[in-house]
Design a protein around this ligand. Sequence first.
Ligand code: FES
Length: 168
Amino acid sequence: MADKNRRAFMGKILAGTAGVAAVASLYAMKRTWDPLPSVVSAGFTTIDLSPLEAGKLSIVKWQGKPVFLLKLTPDIALDVNRDIVIGENRYTVVIGLCTHLGCIPEWREGEKIFHCACHGGQYDAHAKQTFGPPPRPLDIPPFAIQGTSIVLGEEGPEYKKMTAQAKA
Ligand code: FES
């Protein structure tokens, strides 16, 4: 009898622990994926970049894809073909799907690289491929700058200039 009670008690403890872990991981996922106030309308997603902390990656969802938003730290040299410049700040804004076979790379803040665990591909802080099988940098989504915000999905002058430079 005592054994039965002990088993039931242990079962409740385990179920409770699993429940807490599941809620915690859902909360962590939600924070990672939707950390910034964003407005979605007519296929455009407007995101205010001013709350971003330098060196920390944020991820938003745009058209079902993860978009990486990274405010660059001052020690990272300017890349005129890749950096989005708003006032004093520079940002890497890219679609977070590896250009090899589409895995989602992770940002390694200490090394300042994006690392793709699938086949060991690496990208620098501007999301340009530096190692492994990725054939090209992470893709830059169409964007327009509006004050301290970017509008994903709209081809603004800065985006057109960037794509023209990439083709040249
Ligand atoms: S999918 Fe990223 S290196 Fe292969």
